[in-house]
Design a protein around this ligand. Structure first.
Ligand code: KIV
Ligand code: ZN
Length: 537
């Protein structure tokens, strides 16, 4: 009998010791991906969705790294209920202090402290000795335990560390009271059988590991992050660190949705399970993609657009006769294909509020007014507004209403494009303070022309680094969703825009990205005392 047949025959008996805790690091390791930088409101929105998804632990950030990150972690600790809220810290006193201050208001705070244990990191990066690392690990865990009884310790670059030495460091961390030991494959170098063997040896060298939670944390440099994570879990680890859509440093972290659906689909064989609400996976993936500006590749397992599409006639025929001929998972299990039409152009504010509420999005007051205005504009141009349209629209609206950001706003635009002359665009842009400015420009194409016109109106010389466009749903009247990354004075910023008109979506995305990048450049300049371009105007 196949796993699927077993699964449908009887619900498996779930034992607590076989439960794999899901530690989500989208907002920390994920946010370290090049070009991603989420503001407090965006982080909070993702954290709320992670709570709905049912992750056990949210690593909300690295509080010492910037005041913005500190505040975001603190906001998540204060507002997000359910999961443990964790802050990352190196072994320094200030790091641990900052992590604690950021997470202390959570009902379930955790401090995660780490130090490298591989010789290459100790000698070249830390420029210190093995002895000193042991001392730092001891002091850090002891300090963290003064604040909370939930302390995680990671020997960074664990998979390339001398195992005897790493075992000594882990022993020290346990003596000081660490409750979770995470052994990362920091550089994505290990292979499944090696990673499993490493854990087996660690359990032998440090028997006390059996009394705490042992965790895997794998990077995808060789495309093995999920396979390595599974190997570690099969070797006895019961926490998996992962990120939505597999985002993270370099090639990324193990992808949460892949691990969760692997455990779910193969539960009859593995006997392992997670507490994730799988039907929230697709929505979480879309939200993270939207807010980070990182598109999901079409053939990405579980959440790619084609993950449940069948192109070959033979496959289509098979699926029509019996879905399981070519599908090992049901798309509805991950929350796909639940895109019923929800609203039309005659729907009122109350109906919009209810429809959003059904999707777990609570919008009131000014935000509801703004969302309703955008909804009406879209409903006038589009026959029906679906759940996915609403999701995109509200995310777009929440972002443009972000009070933290001193943002430029697009007030209006006009574009002329033809085969006979160069495209021209004119825009009206309102700066954060002061009068609206009108400017125009030509360009290689209509999008280029409007971006140049926005640069002229704002006086900000933003340079386009990335541009992605996608349709929110299928069909000719689908909403277009544009993500751009721009660079201003060496700082990048990303922005997204949604509209039935792709030029408008592109312009909205560009204005937002420009505002984010400029704010960062300004923050850097404030730190160094240099004038910024906008001050120089
Ligand atoms: O990859 C890594 O080693 C990390 C640690 C901070 C856990 O992200
Ligand atoms: Zn990592």
């Amino acid at each position: 009998m196949s796993d699927q047949q077993v699964a449908s025959a009887a619900a498996p008996i779930r034992e607590e010791h076989n439960r794999v805790r899901v530690f989500d690091t989208t907002l920390r390791d994920g946010e370290q991906s090049p070009g991603i930088s989420l503001n407090r409101q965006e982080k909070l929105e993702i954290a709320q969705q992670l709570a709905r998804l049912g992750v056990d632990i949210i690593e909300a950030g690295f509080p010492i790294t910037s005041p913005g990150d500190f505040e975001a972690v603190q906001a998540i600790a204060r507002e997000v209920e359910g999961p443990v809220i964790c802050g990352l810290a190196r072994t320094s006193e200030q790091d641990i202090e900052a992590a604690w201050e950021a997470v202390r208001d959570s009902e379930r705070p955790r401090i995660h402290t780490f130090i490298a244990t591989s010789d290459i990191h100790i000698e070249r990066k830390l420029q210190t000795t093995r002895e000193d690392v042991i001392g730092q690990a001891r002091a850090a865990v002891a300090q963290a335990r003064e604040y909370t009884d939930d302390v995680e310790f990671s020997p960074e670059d664990g998979s390339r560390s001398d195992i005897q030495y790493m075992a000594e460091v882990i022993q020290v961390a346990l003596e000081e009271g660490a409750t979770t030991i995470n052994v990362p494959d920091t550089v994505g170098y290990t292979m499944p059988h090696e990673y499993a063997a490493m854990f087996e040896e660690l359990y032998r060298l440090v028997p006390a590991l059996r009394e705490v939670t042992v965790s895997v944390h794998c990077h995808d440099d060789l495309g093995l992050a999920v396979a390595n994570s599974l190997a570690g879990i099969e070797a006895g680890c019961r926490q998996v660190e992962c990120a939505i859509n597999g985002i993270g440093e370099r090639a990324g972290n193990a992808s949460l949705e892949e691990i969760v659906m692997l455990l779910h689909t193969r539960e009859p064989t593995l006997g392992l399970w997670s507490g994730i609400e799988t039907t929230e996976i697709a929505r979480t993936s879309r939200l993270v993609s939207r807010l980070t500006g990182y598109p999901v590749q079409p053939n990405k397992a579980i959440v790619g657009r084609n993950a449940f599409a069948h192109e070959a006639g033979i496959h289509q025929d098979g699926v029509l006769k019996e879905r399981t001929t070519y599908e090992i998972m049901d798309a509805t299990t991950v929350g796909l294909r639940s895109n019923a039409i929800v609203l039309g152009k005659h729907s009122g504010r109350h109906a919009l509020r209810e429809a959003l509420q059904e999707q777990g999005i609570t919008v009131d007051g000014q935000a509801l007014n703004a969302a309703f205005k955008r909804f009406k504009e879209i409903a006038d141009r589009k026959k029906s507004v679906t759940a996915m349209d609403l999701e995109a629209l509200v995310a777009d609206e929440l972002r443009s209403g972000d009070g933290e950001l001193q943002a430029y706003t697009l007030r209006g635009f006009e574009v002329h494009a033809s085969t006979s002359e160069a495209p021209r665009a004119s825009v009206v842009v309102a700066p954060p303070e002061g009068e609206e400015v009108r400017a125009e420009s030509s360009g290689d194409g209509p999008v280029d022309a409007i971006f140049r016109a926005i640069n002229a109106a704002s006086g900000v010389g933003a340079v386009l680094r990335e541009f992605h466009i996608d349709a929110v749903t299928e069909g000719q009247d689908a909403l277009g969703e544009v993500s751009v990354v721009v660079e201003v004075q060496g700082q990048t910023g990303s922005g997204q825009g949604v509209s039935t008109d792709i030029i408008e979506a592109a312009a909205r995305a560009y204005v937002r990205a420009l505002s984010v990048a400029l704010a960062r450049a300004q923050r850097d300049a404030d730190a160094t005392g240099l004038p910024t371009m906008s001050e120089g105007r």
